[in-house]
Design a protein around this ligand. Structure first.
Ligand SMILES: Nc1ncnc2c1ncn2[C@@H]1O[C@H](COP(=O)(O)OP(=O)(O)OP(=O)(O)O)[C@@H](O)[C@H]1O
Ligand SMILES: [Mg+2]
Length: 158
């Protein structure tokens, strides 16, 4: 595994901006596995991604719908596996999404191993009410390293 890279976000807006900054590096088939406790900021981060990829979009948690699509030039598929039993991931049809766009997957540790392999894993930690620590890592060899490099290249917020 290549070295992890940390960003801090001192506000919701800062978390969204990190998503916005990473969005430009995404390509079809890319997988972002978002980990962290309830309320850690995973959905806020996806709002930033969607804001960059489909201006004007409004992000809602896909907890009940399982998959939300943001249909920009690069489609973004936002999944939340919290309520899904592990075996049921197979029935989501991830291949079709991955052919068309990028995947941002909350509770992405519940993805089958093959889908986690080359993902950029983003771990969200709550430091206090407003501050979050977001650590990126990958064990992949194909797209993971490029995504990690893009994450690392995001300037630290002032
Ligand atoms: N720096 C921050 N970044 C993101 N969210 C923050 C931050 N500071 C405070 N918050 C608050 O934390 C909450 C994050 O909620 P969010 O829905 O993004 O969490 P989540 O990780 O998606 O949780 P879940 O697992 O339930 O889907 C929001 O209420 C938001 O206002
Ligand atoms: Mg969420």
């Amino acid at each position: 595994m290549s070295e992890s890279a940390v960003h801090h976000a001192a506000s919701v807006e800062a978390t969204e901006r990190l998503g916005e900054s990473l969005a430009g590096a995404l390509a079809p088939g890319d997988v972002l596995a978002l980990l962290g406790d309830l309320g850690a900021g995973k959905t806020r981060f996806v709002s930033g991604l969607a804001r960059a990829l489909t201006p004007g979009s409004r992000v809602r948690s896909p907890s009940f719908t399982l998959v939300n699509e943001y249909a920009g030039d690069l489609p973004l598929f936002h999944l939340d596996l919290y309520r899904l039993a592990t075996g049921d991931v197979d029935s989501l049809g991830l291949e079709e999404y991955a052919e068309r766009g990028a995947l941002a997957v909350e509770w992405g540790d519940r993805l089958p191993a093959a889908w986690r392999e080359d993902a950029l894993v983003l771990s969200f930690e709550v430091l206090d009410d407003d501050r979050r620590r977001i650590t990126a890592s990958t064990s992949g060899a194909r797209r993971g390293p490029a995504l990690l490099a893009a994450w690392r290249a995001i300037p630290e917020a002032p």
